[in-house]
Design a protein around this ligand. Structure first.
Ligand SMILES: Nc1ncnc2c1ncn2[C@@H]1O[C@H](COP(=O)(O)OP(=O)(O)OP(=O)(O)O)[C@@H](O)[C@H]1O
Ligand SMILES: [Mg+2]
Length: 269
């Protein structure tokens, strides 16, 4: 394995608790080097899953968070000036394609569509990446796979992926874990006991029922871990829940009261 890409291997086994058969499905998709979309609400475990899979497949993982100012050069590379003049620097997508690794583009819908099309020849049976500025055609390494993450529902019509992009990928949908699993995850990640973790999960469940009825999104696993970490540090559960779970997700008075009601139902007034 090339030295530059070796640094992207995931060294320690990431803690990941499967919620369905996603590990098996992803393994099969990687076997075919199928480009994949990981879909699901924020804070439900997509990034952790990707780290776990890269570790388990023993492949380097290069992650890039997308944003609307991102250009094709940020993905494929550019000429940079140094002491000896201008020198070409491969971008993260090119490093993964050239040397063999998984390139994970987080929040891919944030990138402009004219940037996203750069991945098209890489994600069909050609598996090539043209570096126009350099006059080079990179043939993807056999280990290369492209994976993108995507939060369905948040983006407007103008900020969706083109059909011609979507149809190059397979997709795995993620949901928040079942109550018992989510409790185990929150306890493991934050250090609180199962009893407190179960209460945090109970509050989250109720909040998720308000999705689309005043809340854009329910309380995520990530937020429960934040609350758990503060509780483990000695902060009163009610205050930890307000800080980490209720206040960040809504500014609405009625919604805040509803969430506080859920918190009191589990941790008392
Ligand atoms: N199935 C799981 N196993 C282990 N940990 C999990 C699992 N699901 C969620 N977590 C925990 O929840 C945290 C948030 O998950 P993660 O960062 O992977 O979310 P995400 O889906 O990538 O969110 P975003 O869309 O905002 O990037 C993780 O750091 C991890 O601690
Ligand atoms: Mg993520």
């Amino acid at each position: 394995m090339n030295e530059q890409i070796r640094g992207y291997l995931v060294e320690a086994k990431p803690y990941y608790k499967p919620v369905a058969n996603e590990v098996e499905l992803f393994r099969a998709a990687y076997g075919r080097r199928m480009p994949m979309i990981l879909k699901g609400p924020t804070g439900c475990g997509k990034t952790r899953f990707m780290e776990f899979m890269a570790w388990s497949l023993n492949k380097p993982l290069i992650t890039l968070a997308c944003n609307e100012d991102m250009t094709a050069s940020d993905l494929v590379g550019r000429y940079l000036l140094d002491a000896d003049g201008t020198r070409w620097h491969d971008g993260p997508l090119t490093v993964a394609a050239r040397h063999g690794g998984i390139c994970y583009l987080d929040e891919v819908v944030e990138a402009r569509q004219d940037t996203t099309v750069i991945i098209h020849p890489l994600t069909d049976d050609r598996r090539i990446l043209p570096l126009d500025k350099r006059g080079e055609l990179v043939h993807a390494h056999p280990d290369f796979q492209l994976v993108v993450s995507y939060n369905p529902g948040y983006q407007s019509a103008t900020k969706d992926l083109k059909q011609s992009t979507k149809q190059r990928f397979g997709a795995i949908e993620f949901h928040y874990p079942k109550q018992a699993e989510e409790t185990a995850i929150v306890a493991h990640e934050s250090g609180v006991g199962d009893d407190i973790a179960a209460k945090l999960v109970g509050i989250a469940h109720r909040s998720r029922g308000l999705r689309g009825r005043g809340l854009e999104e329910g309380i995520s696993t990530r937020m429960l871990i934040h609350a758990g970490l503060l509780i483990a540090d000695g902060i009163k559960p009610r205050e930890a829940c307000a800080l980490a779970m209720a206040k960040p997700i809504t500014d609405d008075e009625d919604m805040t009261q509803a969430l506080n009601g859920f918190i009191e139902a589990y941790f008392g007034p």
